[in-house]
Design a protein. Structure first.
Length: 583
């Protein structure tokens, strides 16, 4: 029995060499990805069935007195059987392809064993397809695993020869001969078949890791290339950016030449064929138009398909990669090669990854740009909502003064013109310095003095070193205006408004307080956060000021309102100081 075990292990080495070659076949790798349907099940059954036949030929002829190795066995004598590794291929087929593949491979291998004859032809031939079917059903318990682990395969492989030996004991005869042969071949077959199945699954796992490692390397390579090219393409498809991108690509991809185009013409061509593939030429050819229209990567494998009219052009093949931005194709990257054979799976995978990465990053960049433009447009709209509110009130006052005091109306009109000119300068930027905002406020107060000369006074206290802090333009004026129209509206005289701009180490605190009626409790918590209804308006001014402060200076700049115990209201907010502003 020891000699038989050694012989079977030697034959197992030959069989596993064949198995190693099998793992290199693309069709076999599709099985690992579970791409199984009725059509492919037949092909996989044939493949694993032939592997089982090879395992039979790698077996050893055994009778009651001796055993004899032979590579080519055409028939067995009446009192002979073959100790084989047929079950290795069949069980692996069931574990990887499922019950149908296991049964199909078992029928092929079992029919071959039955055709060889021998006293155990029927039980062995019958047990092989049943074992394959059972292996396929057992694999369903491990369906979450891409490939069953070697330890589990070893355990399952032990039962396959046991089933075969059981069929022999039940169906074969004569009984004395069967018992003698089973005692001789039973343990060697259990050992060699189970070890072979475990080693085969190990080979499969190694092959998969190699594939994953290759895919990871190519993905990393594509990411690196895209990362280096992206800064150029973000600037737009121009001859300068296209030339820089083409140089980088030719170096990284090892292509014979690289061209970058927009939808109409070649922007840059680097490498072989540069004497006639010229920048500025119009894009020609059905293949180019197809990629621009569909956005799908295409291969061109001859000069005619690539629309090159030069008979001695060294560029015989190319991969055309679309550049997508925001769902539309804006250009092409052409990776040229000297021969069609140089375009392999690696080059195709790299081109596909590069196309996806570039397109996704350009789309994200476009989205960020659009968000920025929309945010800027939103802020402009908020500013535009604030200024007419003040303008209409001032014009109403001028209309009244024209009848009462034309000279004062003239002075107020001049002050309004000064205020509006300053306003146009400041609102062209999303942020201005506190110094500029105070100048803007002082121009506003000159107008207010004329309108409310007896009703209230405005005092300003400004600490040193706050002038360079940044603030959204038109922030202070609506807050002062809110104090006048709401806090002090019931005070014909004696109203006071205090503006205090305080410097702290990391921020500037701005507070505006009045001695008026305060804010009703039901509005205090929501003022500034949502537009509020009032007799004079909908509270849009304060709400917009708060929106701009939070959007441009962060959540800590939110307006905070509270009523004073002695009467009146205080609104305060903070402006963060950057390192440069602190200095």
């Amino acid at each position: 029995m020891d000699n038989l075990t050694i012989m079977l292990i030697e034959r197992m080495g030959i069989l596993l060499t064949f198995a190693f070659l099998l793992t290199r076949i693309p069709l076999f790798r599709q099985v690992l990805d579970r791409e199984i349907h009725m059509g492919t099940s037949i092909l996989y059954s044939l493949m694993f069935g032939l592997f089982g036949v090879a395992g039979t030929y790698a077996g050893i002829v055994v009778n009651e007195e001796s055993y004899m190795p032979a590579f080519w066995i055409f028939s067995l004598a009446e009192r002979e059987m073959i100790a084989n590794s047929t079950l290795v291929g069949v069980v692996i087929g069931g574990l990887l392809g499922g019950p149908l593949v296991g049964l199909g491979a078992g029928l092929i291998a079992g029919a071959h064993v039955y055709g060889l004859g021998g006293f155990a032809a029927l039980p062995i031939g019958l047990s092989i397809p049943i074992t394959g079917l059972l292996a396929g059903y057992v694999a369903r318990f491990f369906s979450q695993e891409r490939v069953i682990s070697p330890s589990k395969a070893l355990f399952i492989g032990m039962f396959a020869p046991v089933i075969q030996m059981s069929f022999m004991l039940i169906l074969a005869g004569p009984p004395d001969l069967v018992k003698t042969v089973v005692n001789v071949v039973g343990i060697p077959m259990v050992l060699t078949n189970s070890i072979s199945i475990a080693v085969f699954t190990t080979m499969i796992q190694i092959a998969l890791k190699e594939e994953d490692r290759k895919a990871a390397l190519e993905a990393e390579r594509a990411f690196t290339i895209a990362e280096r090219i992206l800064p150029h393409l973000k600037m737009g498809l121009t001859p300068q950016t296209a030339h820089a991108a083409a140089l980088l690509l030719q170096h990284e991809v090892n292509a014979a030449a690289v061209a970058v185009t927009n939808r109409e013409q070649i922007l840059a061509h680097v490498g072989a064929g540069g004497d006639h593939h010229l920048a500025g030429e119009a894009i020609r050819g059905e293949l180019n138009r197809r990629v621009l229209y569909t956005g799908i990567i295409q291969k061109g494998l001859n000069r005619e398909v690539l629309s090159c009219t030069k008979s001695n052009c060294p560029l015989q093949a190319a991969i055309l990669v679309p550049i997508r931005e925001g769902g539309s194709v804006v250009g092409l990257i052409k990776l040229y090669f000297r021969r069609p054979q140089q375009i392999g799976k690696v080059q195709e995978a790299l081109a596909k990854g590069l196309s996806n990465l570039l397109s996704n990053q350009l789309t994200l960049a476009l989205t960020e740009k659009m968000k920025s433009l929309m945010k800027d447009a939103e802020l402009r709209m908020l500013q535009a909502q604030i200024h007419p509110h003040f303008l209409f009130n001032t014009l109403n006052s001028i209309v009244t003064l024209i009848r009462i005091d034309p000279q004062l109306a003239r002075h107020m009109t001049i002050q309004l013109g000064t205020f509006m000119r300053l306003n146009l300068k400041l609102t062209s930027s999303p942020l201005i310095s506190v110094r500029q905002e105070l100048d803007h406020l002082y121009a506003y107060l000159e107008i207010i003095k004329i309108r409310f000369s007896e009703q209230f006074a405005v005092r300003c206290r400004v600490d040193e070193g706050v002038e360079d802090a940044l603030i959204p333009p038109g922030t202070l004026q609506p807050l002062i205006e809110n104090c006048i129209h709401h806090g002090l509206r019931d005070m014909p005289i004696g109203g006071e408004i205090l503006l205090h701009v305080k410097r702290q180490p990391r921020q500037v605190i701005i507070s505006i307080e009045d001695n008026g009626a305060g804010i009703p409790a039901e509005k205090l918590a929501i003022l500034g956060k949502v537009p509020t209804d009032s007799e004079d308006g909908n509270g849009i001014g304060v709400h917009n000021v708060n929106q701009r402060l939070v959007s441009l200076r962060g959540p800590d700049a939110e307006l905070l309102y509270y009523n004073k115990a002695e009467g009146g209201c205080v609104v305060t907010f903070s402006l963060p100081l950057s390192g440069e502003e602190s200095a």
